[in-house]
Ligand binder design. Structure first.
Ligand SMILES: Cc1cc2nc3c(=O)[nH]c(=O)nc-3n(C[C@H](O)[C@H](O)[C@H](O)COP(=O)(O)OP(=O)(O)OC[C@H]3O[C@@H](n4cnc5c(N)ncnc54)[C@H](O)[C@@H]3O)c2cc1C
Length: 403
């Protein structure tokens, strides 16, 4: 399949200008921006296909409604890429199934109007000029299915969702990089100049530049170079509900601000999730993340509080109508990714730790990483650099852990 291959002894390279470890959405996006920058990149993916681990588990949503300016800037730029994706990757008509049906954060909290008005004023002051405050009545005017309990909401029409699979393959096909499947990185070679190469199950590739984009395995891969990254892994589950006439297909990504439980339409049915439904303990990276059937009823009970049509859907649901899956969030102490060089090992770059936002941040985050490789982005201008943790300072983010 073009530049995406299972290599043999003829096609396995002995050297590369840049080696990217991991063929999820972030490895693919890094490869795309690397080849845009004129770099010769090779992506190593241990599994049978691209985007098949955390990227496949994603809810595939994107939003610019964040509360810190660097996050707002990153997501606005990424959404602009999604909006023009075929043109960006140079493949006319390429479709990522973009749905800009909005993100609705709503609440039944009596103090909701006051809090959310202040939040919208703050978001507008940091560059998010198209976020709106809605009263409960405005929410019900736009979405008559919303509960009478809703007191207020924030809304941004251009937020939404897409196909993470198509996004990943679009970045890959639009790049000149080579993607080597079933190729597992087993060692990182470091000499007195820094990174010297990558060992795999198929042989060694000499390189002076390595980007770690290995999702939940990023910490393990960094350990191959003796590096400890501040990453924590937490399981996150999601489920898809089969088509049902009560599920409004023109609805937005709809999140209860009090609990974080959410739903959004998906091909006649819906995708649902809730980070806090079950207590989760930090875990080791897994390729098969277990699911629990206690999860869907908990989420349904929660979303029906402010979207009451879910009572009827839930009452009629059969087990075969529910498709449950799970993946792992790779979380940093401030819930922002680590992008760019690891300071103590020259040539080692990171594109990790998106803390649940790696699909939405993939274009701009990966462009940042490549800009640190080419020197276009100076370390002092990079708000996502590793150095923010260098002195043991843990910055607690105001951002919420919801999607
Ligand atoms: C339930 C759930 C819902 C989510 N919802 C959203 C959402 O709505 N929006 C959003 O933006 N984000 C969401 N996320 C987060 C998002 O899925 C991740 O941030 C993103 O997919 C990370 O991409 P990645 O390429 O780093 O990771 P992955 O997709 O995990 O890719 C990493 C790749 O590296 C490979 N790899 C690992 N080790 C090696 C090795 N030694 N050698 C070779 N290859 C290796 C793996 O096989 C894997 O394919 C969600 C996550 C979960 C779990």
């Amino acid at each position: 399949m073009g530049n995406i291959i299972v290599p043999d002894t003829q096609t396995f390279p002995s050297q590369a200008e840049v080696v990217i470890i991991g063929g999820g959405v972030l490895g693919a996006a890094t490869a795309f921006y690397a080849s845009q920058a004129g770099l010769d990149a090779v992506v190593l993916e241990m599994r049978d296909s691209l985007g098949s681990l955390t990227t496949a588990a994603s809810e595939e949503c994107f939003r610019a409604q964040f509360s810190e300016p660097e996050n707002v800037a990153m997501m606005k730029a990424s959404i602009a890429v999604f909006e023009n994706f075929a043109e960006v990757i140079g493949i006319p008509g390429y479709d990522i199934n973009l749905h800009q049906q909005g993100y609705l954060f709503f609440t039944a909290d009596p103090s909701g109007p006051e809090k959310l008005q202040a939040q919208v004023a703050h978001q507008r002051s940091i560059g998010l000029d198209d976020v709106e405050f809605w009263t409960g009545d405005e929410v019900r005017h736009h979405f008559p299915w919303a509960s009478p309990l809703v007191t207020a909401a924030t809304w941004r029409a251009k937020d939404g969702w897409l196909s993470a699979h198509e996004l990943t393959y679009g970045f890959a096909k639009g790049s000149r990089a080579r993607f080597l499947l079933r190729t597992k990185v087993t060692g990182l070679l470091v000499d007195n100049l820094g990174v010297a190469g990558v060992e795999t199950n198929r042989g060694t590739i000499a390189t002076r530049t390595v980007v770690i984009a290995a999702g939940p395995f990023s910490g393990k891969v960094a350990q191959l170079a003796g590096v400890e990254l501040p990453l924590t892994l937490l399981r996150r589950q999601k489920f898809i509900v089969a088509p049902h006439p009560e599920i409004p297909q023109n609805g937005p990504m709809t999140i209860d601000l009090n609990s974080g439980a959410f739903w959004r339409p998906e091909v006649g049915g819906a995708a649902l999730g809730w980070a806090d439904a079950l207590p989760e303990q930090p875990a080791e990276p897994l390729e098969k993340v277990p699911t629990e059937w206690t999860f869907p009823p908990l989420v349904l009970e929660e979303v029906m509080k402010l979207s009451p049509f879910w009572e009827k859907v839930a009452a009629e649901l059969k087990r075969e109508d529910v498709f449950l899956s799970a993946g792992q969030y790779t979380i940093t102490p401030d819930h922002k990714p680590i992008l760019g060089p690891y300071p103590d090992v020259p040539g080692l770059f990171l594109n990790v730790g998106y803390s649940g936002h790696g699909v939405m941040g993939s274009p701009e985050g990966s462009r940042y990483v490549v800009a640190t490789i080419t020197g276009e982005l100076r370390p002092e201008d990079n708000p996502f650099s590793y150095e923010r943790f260098a002195h043991g300072v843990v910055v607690v983010s105001a951002e919420k852990m919801v999607l």
